[in-house]
Design a protein around this ligand. Structure first.
Ligand code: FA5
Length: 344
């Protein structure tokens, strides 16, 4: 009997060492089979009961059963330990579905769209109505009605993409002057933003597809001072008071007198002679403007003794280049969301 007890003590301590050293379910099961399996050590000890005096056999059987029960409890604890460790390892390498999702990246308006609506807001405050028109125009609206007859050399400067002999992608938004005057009598105050197309070589300040905003004011007593005041106000609003803006005499067949409006080059600030944005002049052109030519008003059957008007056409990309101090007009169309996000 004593010998069985000693053998069991030794067995329990070896079993305990084996199961607590098991690192996975396979090793644990091997220990179970070796000690508690059908041919395991416990079975061998049980067989030894038969050699004991019959009075000792029940006690010996109970001792063995108690030891087996304790071993099985330990086996369950160790199995739980191994499962928990496997679960932790899996968690460490898998996706944590309870982790808060990263914020999704929201898009923004394109900077040219933002610039267009800023310009519209300025003019709406002054009482101008915003109008939109077609991008494919007959040459009558693009040239003839704007005092540019078929053989006039000024047509070349606005040369564009022709759809037919007399239909073309508009090279400027000035046809909207004609479309508005055809349908309305003075007083007229409109703003017409939109896309334009020209056969221009692309460089740091030119695109073949770009945007203009046209302004037209026709009423009694309108003069060049109003034009200068309104356009200077727009530049102050867009660029702030420190930005230089100049009005330079120019020529357009549909305005007389005519001017071009320039601003300090947003790239070199007028500080180099080799700038690819301004060609070293220190200025870039924002747009053209002037008093509506009497021939245009007469074509619209307006009485030029009673009404006068001014018009302008600014490049929206050029305004945006200046406002955001961008070094190349092509950046607006590279579709870089990080670029657009900065220009709100
Ligand atoms: C005109 O288009 C006239 N219709 C403007 C006008 C309207 C004058 C009303 C008088 C009265 P111009 O060709 O200069 O003018 O173009 C006006 C502006 O459009 C330019 O100053 C520039 O800002 C922009 N622009 C012209 N061509 C391009 C181009 N290829 N890429 C980007 N912007 C351009």
């Amino acid at each position: 009997m004593n010998q069985i007890s000693q053998t069991l003590d030794d067995l329990v301590s070896r079993f305990s060492a084996a199961v607590s050293a098991a690192s996975d379910e396979r090793e644990l099961d091997a220990a179970r089979v070796a000690f508690l399996g059908r041919s395991g050590e416990i079975t061998v000890i049980r067989r030894g009961i038969g050699a004991l005096p019959s009075a000792e056999r029940p006690t010996a059987g109970k001792i063995i059963n108690d030891v087996v029960a304790t071993m099985e409890e330990q086996l369950i604890r160790e199995a739980q330990r191994i499962q928990l460790r496997a679960f932790d390892a899996e968690l460490a390498t898998s996706i944590d579905v309870t982790f808060p999702a990263p914020a999704s990246r929201l898009g923004t308006l394109h900077p040219i769209r933002t610039m267009t609506s800023t310009i519209c807001t300025y003019f709406e405050r002054l009482g101008f109505a915003v109008v939109l028109g077609p991008e494919i125009e007959p040459d009558y609206y693009t040239f003839d009605a704007l005092n540019i007859p078929a053989d006039h050399p000024a047509r070349e400067g606005f040369d564009s993409f022709f759809i037919t002999d007399s239909l073309l992608l508009r090279p400027h938004t000035s046809p909207m002057q004609i479309r508005t005057m055809e349908q309305h009598q003075p007083p007229i105050a409109i703003l017409a933003p939109g896309t334009c197309y020209r056969r221009d070589a692309v460089d740091a300040r030119h695109l073949f597809q770009f945007h203009q905003v046209e302004g037209l004011l026709v009423a009694e007593g309108i003069h060049m001072g109003h034009l200068k005041g309104v356009l200077t106000g727009l530049c102050r609003e867009l660029f702030g008071p420190q930005q230089n803006v100049r009005f330079r005499p120019s020529f357009f067949p549909f305005t007389e007198p005519s001017a071009e409006v320039d601003t300090t080059c947003p790239k070199c600030k007028g500080e180099t002679t080799t700038c690819n944005m301004c060609g070293g002049s220190g200025w870039i052109e924002l747009g053209g403007a002037g008093m509506v030519h009497p021939n245009v008003l007469r074509e619209m059957k307006y009485d030029t003794d009673v009404v006068s008007g001014w018009a302008f056409g600014f490049g929206i990309e050029r305004l945006a280049l200046t406002r955001y101090e961008i070094d190349d007009i092509r950046r607006f169309y590279e579709n870089d969301p990080d670029f657009s996000r900065q220009l709100r």
